[in-house]
Design a protein around this ligand. Sequence first.
Ligand SMILES: Cc1ncc(COP(=O)(O)O)c(C=O)c1O
Length: 409
Amino acid sequence: MKIPFSPPYITDGIINEVVDTLRSGWITTGPKTKLLEEGICEFTGAKRCHCVNSATSGLLLALKWYGIGVGDEVIIPAYTYSATALAVIHCGAKPVMVDINEEDFNISVNAIEKAITSNTKAIIPVDIGGLPCDYDQIFELVSKVEIKKSFTPSNEKQNKLGRILVVSDAAHSFGALYTNNKIGSLPDFSIFSFHAVKNLTTGEGGAICMNFFDFDNDEVHQELSLMSLNGQTKSALSKSEGGGWKYDIVLPGYKANMPDICASIGLAQLRIYESILLKREFVFDLYIKLLSQYDWAILPNRTYENKKSSCHLFQLRIRNITESQRDLIIKEISDNNVGVNVHFIPLPILTLFQSDYNIIDFPYTYEKYKNEISLPIYPQLSENEIVHVVEVLANAYKAIVDEKKLQIS
Ligand SMILES: Cc1ncc(COP(=O)(O)O)c(C=O)c1O
């Protein structure tokens, strides 16, 4: 039996929607992308949504929109994918990495508080694996009188908001709940990824959801649309409509728009997304049931009092093993044709960041990373396959840990 780590979920409905786009005569950003944006607003409760070509672009655009640049600091967790940090670097600003919580994989609010300086312009909490961060505490923090006082605005938008911007890296958390609100409906920005392995996919893609009280969300949407289309005042679609060829370039934008071909995949997936979520929950719960017999298994939680995960990842941890034992267990599992992964290699360990950060300063990040194994989780997995994954894992543990112990004694 071969079990891949994360194949895309493609149904006939999805194929038909893409074929419909291909036959329609319009394949780049147009009606399907607009429908997807509306659908995401309806599903999440976001005030406005702007689709882009990746979450990486979405993060960059959100920071750029706030005028973040050289000399500014943006607080991010050390435990995330590199895109979170690269968006900050591409603005010319400095990513300030902090540690995560002891009890989950998400950014520690205490650590954020300690890292805030008068140069802090934004925080990027990351909903690792689909579990929302502690947003109430984060908003309480950025709204504190003394923290607002130390905030040093350097443009009109920063002056108007008067506080640190919160850009949620919601790459994993489409469909997750925080205090009964869907992720995407919270202030300020939430950035989803629709990359091929994500819960909802467009092949490559992402979305920026915005929920401002201090700005007109329609205007923010309009500005982001300009920024993701080279600063061009007209979309390709409106230019193509009779006599509409004339346009202007009003700012130095990027090319980050989502084409309709991609949007149509997401649109068809969105129609069945509730059932996709339920199937993911089923896989998650069955892993919990099957693994709870092993005292070496440290199991993740998918619900807390005020949070519900989108079950993007099943982040298992193995008690009392070293990083190299974890790597050997993964090799053993992979040799048995089961795809597993590690989420994530902490940023301070990666070459790009090594000169500025030291993993020793992020003990919870390293503690979580060294024994983490992400198991396959997706709607197509059958009960038999889930049982097989656990059997292969348990055998790998036996071979690498139990039998080695016996050899030593
Ligand atoms: C936490 C996190 N943030 C951002 C991204 C970037 O997403 P994209 O590939 O859509 O740019 C990813 C992608 O895996 C991610 O895991």
